[in-house]
Design a protein around this ligand. Structure first.
Ligand SMILES: C[S@@+](CC[C@H](N)C(=O)[O-])C[C@H]1O[C@@H](n2cnc3c(N)ncnc32)[C@H](O)[C@@H]1O
Length: 427
């Protein structure tokens, strides 16, 4: 194969080094950093250029760091362990500034990136695969390959979850209902790890007994099961209550529920959301909250005003509503599919502020009503800079401006970027 020597000019959105060949082809080079002179072997075509394999870094830059994890770079969980933290955080900040520039806000004030520490991630969706000899692979999907990286350790996950890898593999090996593929969704709650097993077979009585014994031995309050493809969960073992507190209010989450990825990231998001609210809110102020989930933001918001929370998942709304009622929190929780039935500008009248935290696809269907509403503050929590650009553009065209933008790195050493952006409409 022909090799090329090139200089990397930038980092792409996925964290690959970018270079341009003499004939103008864009090359994506995993493991290479901007400014580095590298030798690469061009590989397969991809949509907007060509993938390349890094053969040698001829001239490394000071931003290069020694990757700390033995599973790097095979494991698909991390893509940027070869980059020192300061330039890595700067790159994420630049990406948020660029997303806002594309939305029409070239001068948006963008704060420094909040980077979560290692060993703090409390949520993982691990792939499970049975091999021909019956043994089990458990880990994240390997990068750019159809295999599973069998993890012995993980430097991003909380050690309480890592400690379950070996016993979980041993238990899964004995399950007849794990034929070839499955997944293990782990949520570290205040009450301990909560496990949702997705299996490609139906658990029989022997499997159920083994799962219950595992819950007791590992002190997991609950293990739920679900089909690998399809919906519907059932409790396979429950030996104690499950709960996680938001602003001090305990909520009982359904199996596999969405949680912010790290407690530190959650605290940074909550702080930025509260800072994004109007300064002078009376206790009677009404705050609309879209995509409320279990109430991660609802409970802190309820300390600033009366919250009307909307969420699409029936299980999440039920958990939020029950917790709010028990605690006497000022939250009304309503199930609503905000894609099929966005809130109208009329329904938004009378709210002092609106907070939205949409899924990866963003909030395209909701934005037109927000842009033309009588609201003067919108705080947008984003996990996708592309969707944020698109959605923010509508606000820009309707005369809104960015009051504050905070990049938050909850997925350490990955290319994912979260952000809290406070928009205001000048009066
Ligand atoms: C990024 S999570 C945020 C949850 C919550 N704000 C938190 O911080 O934990 C996005 C939420 O949007 C909800 N969601 C997804 N699609 C939806 C839709 N079409 N209508 C309403 N909610 C939706 C999900 O169920 C999930 O709870």
């Amino acid at each position: 194969m022909t090799t090329l020597e090139l200089t990397i000019t930038a980092l792409g959105a996925g964290g690959d080094g970018l270079a341009v060949t003499p004939d103008g082809t864009r090359l994506f080079v995993p493991g290479a950093l901007p400014g580095e002179r590298v030798r690469v072997a061009p590989g397969a075509r991809r949509g907007d250029g060509m993938a390349a394999v890094l053969e040698a870094v001829l001239d490394p830059v000071p931003a290069r760091a020694e990757p700390p994890c033995p599973h790097f770079p095979r494991c698909g969980g991390c893509t940027l362990q070869h980059m020192a933290l300061a330039p890595y955080a700067g790159w994420k900040r630049d990406r948020l500034a660029e997303a806002l520039r594309r939305a029409g806000f070239p001068d948006a004030p963008v704060a420094e990136t909040f980077v979560t520490p290692p060993q703090t991630r409390r949520r993982a969706d691990l792939a499970v695969r049975r091999q021909a000899d019956g043994s089990i692979l458990l880990g994240f999907h390997a990068r750019g390959a159809a295999t599973v990286e069998n993890l012995s350790t993980c430097l991003v996950l909380d050690p309480a979850l890592v400690a379950l890898f070996d016993p979980l593999r041993a238990m899964l090996r004995g399950l007849q209902s794990l034929r070839r593929e499955g997944s293990a969704v782990l949520n570290l709650l205040d009450t301990g790890p909560d496990l949702l097993l997705r299996l490609d077979g139906e658990p029989n009585a022997v499997d159920r007994a083994a799962i219950a014994a595992f819950a007791s031995a590992q002190r997991l309050p609950r293990i739920a099961g679900a089909p690998l493809k399809g919906s519907g969960t059932e409790n396979l073992a429950q030996i104690g209550p499950v709960s996680i507190a938001f602003a001090g209010v305990p909520v009982a989450p359904p199996p596999g529920a969405f949680l912010q990825a790290t407690p530190q990231g959650e605290a940074a998001i909550v702080a930025a959301v509260l800072e994004g609210l109007p300064g002078k809110l009376t206790g009677k102020a009404r705050i609309a909250e879209l995509h409320a989930g279990l109430g991660t933001l609802s409970f802190p918001l309820a300390q600033r005003g009366r919250v009307a929370a909307f969420e699409g998942s029936a299980e999440a709304v039920a958990a939020l509503d029950a917790a709010a009622r028990r605690a006497g929190a000022r939250i009304s929780a309503t199930r609503r599919d905000l894609v099929r039935q966005p809130l109208s500008a009329k329904e938004l009248e009378g709210f002092a502020a609106l907070v939205l935290d949409p899924p990866f696809a963003g909030a395209a269907d909701q934005m037109p009503a927000l842009a033309r509403s009588s609201l003067s503050r919108i705080v947008y929590v984003s996990c996708n800079p592309v969707a944020l650009s698109r959605d923010g553009k509508l606000l820009q065209q309707a005369g809104w401006r960015v009051a504050q933008a905070t990049p938050i790195d909850q997925f350490l050493w990955s290319s994912q970027l979260e952000a809290v952006v406070a928009f205001e409409r000048p009066r």
